[in-house]
Design a protein around this ligand. Structure first.
Ligand code: PLP
Length: 402
């Protein structure tokens, strides 16, 4: 058999595979080989999809709803998205302003493919979710990072943001609550972003994937409430993956101006056609059924959040903010950079995460993957017992570093 390989496209060579999925795969492989790994790298809740949602998916299959659907998704689901928006936030949108996609990821991909020309710049507040830069780059765009500061609770500020705007800037991505920091942008920050976006004709992409996984009263502030005039330049990305523990069903949705949704539908019609039909019926059941699932999930995360934050902050040299939403903490471990133990030399978040996996048998994701090398992302979607054991192991491994 020939071992010759076909040359790959430049765009593949230039992008890296998702580091979070890579860490998860490495942890699973180590576990499969018998190692006692505690996995804090996962980006999904430790809950099963609610039974009534699974039942709706099964029923769709039994009822023969297994064919192509309209490109933007079944009408019922798009109507349900509009109803949910109106009930949750009082926003009125038409079903023609909704595109259902294969997970939130595909929605974001469609957005950038629809709006970016080569060299167009997109502002990405950092720390950022790992997939934003490659998605922008795959569309020919340029990711421009706007640093957020730990001392400001990772909130945005207009003055910093304005320094990164150039004639090539086309858009900005907002993600609140944030993956990886769990931070929620303040209304003031959102007002400033909207002002700049209106002045510079920028598209605002509001990734609200974690808006329901929150620890305070009410929903997080939203740019559409802060400055309603932003509506014609705003696309909202959401989905059922996180809020209904439906990561494997692959259903997300984008809501925005009709011209933009039409353009995204063109892209989707030539790529995936539509998300899986049974998954759409399951998502419909999720959005129209009881919402006690989300409440119970949040209640269960609350003590775990406190436990992980308190125990990490009790480790010498570690600082960890209390996240306002999502199920991640993003502690600062930079006090340990420059230290070593036997062969292991800690120079950055990647060497630290590797060391923690080898020495403490704890899987985490290096902050470098999120554009913030002083940090490590830890998911607290694990049992209290596993969280406590994990932090003890981290503390012991850190204490060996001299
Ligand atoms: N946006 C953020 C911030 C995420 O963390 C994720 C998933 O991890 C997504 C979007 C995409 O979600 P989905 O699994 O629906 O593609």
């Amino acid at each position: 058999m020939s071992s010759k390989k076909i040359m790959l496209a430049d765009r593949v060579v230039q992008i890296a595979p998702s580091p979070t999925l890579a860490v998860n795969a490495k942890a699973k492989a180590l576990r499969a080989s018998g190692a006692d790994i505690l996995n804090f790298s996962v980006g999904e809740a430790d809950f099963q999809t609610p039974p009534h949602v699974c039942a709706a998916g099964k029923k769709a299959i039994d009822d023969g709803r297994t064919r192509y659907t309209p490109v933007p998704g079944i009408l019922g689901l798009r109507v349900a998205v509009c109803t949910a928006f109106e009930n949750d936030r009082g926003w009125v949108f038409e079903p023609e302003q909704v595109q259902v996609s294969c997970g939130g990821k595909q929605g974001l991909y469609n957005i950038f493919q629809a709006v970016l020309n080569p060299g167009d710049e997109v502002l990405i507040p950092a720390p950022y979710w790992v997939s934003y830069p490659p998605m922008v780059e795959l569309a020919g765009g340029v990711a421009v990072f706007v640093p957020l500061k730990e001392e400001n609770g990772f909130d945005l500020d207009g003055e910093t943001l304005s320094q990164y705007i150039t004639p090539r800037t086309r858009g900005i991505i907002l993600n609140s609550p944030s993956n990886p920091t769990g931070a929620i942008f303040s209304s003031k920050a959102l007002e400033q972003v909207a002002e700049l976006a209106l002045k510079n004709n920028l598209l605002v992409v509001s990734d609200d994937m974690y808006e329901k996984i929150i620890y305070g009263e009410g929903l997080p502030p939203h740019i559409l409430d802060a400055v309603p005039e932003i509506r014609s330049q705003l696309i909202i990305l959401n989905g059922v993956s996180k809020s209904f523990s439906m990561t494997g069903w692959r259903i997300g949705y984008s809501v925005g101006p009709r011209y933009l949704i039409d353009a995204m539908n063109k892209i989707q019609s030539q790529s995936t056609s539509n998300p899986a039909a049974p998954s759409q019926y399951a998502a419909l059941a999720a959005l129209t059924g009881p919402d006690d699932f989300i409440r119970r999930m949040n209640e269960s995360f609350l003590p775990r959040r406190q436990c992980i934050v308190d125990s990490l902050n009790s480790i010498e040299g570690v600082s960890c903010l209390l996240p306002g939403g999502a199920f991640y903490v993003f502690p600062n471990f930079s006090a340990y950079y420059g230290k070593s133990h036997e062969e292991a030399v800690i120079t950055d978040s990647v060497t630290l995460a590797d060391y923690l996996l080898d020495e403490a048998k704890v899987a985490t994701v290096p902050g470098a993957a999120f554009g913030a090398d002083n940090y490590i992302r830890i998911s607290f979607a694990a049992s209290m017992d596993v969280l406590k054991r994990g932090v003890k192991r981290i503390e012991r491994a850190l204490s060996l570093l001299k």
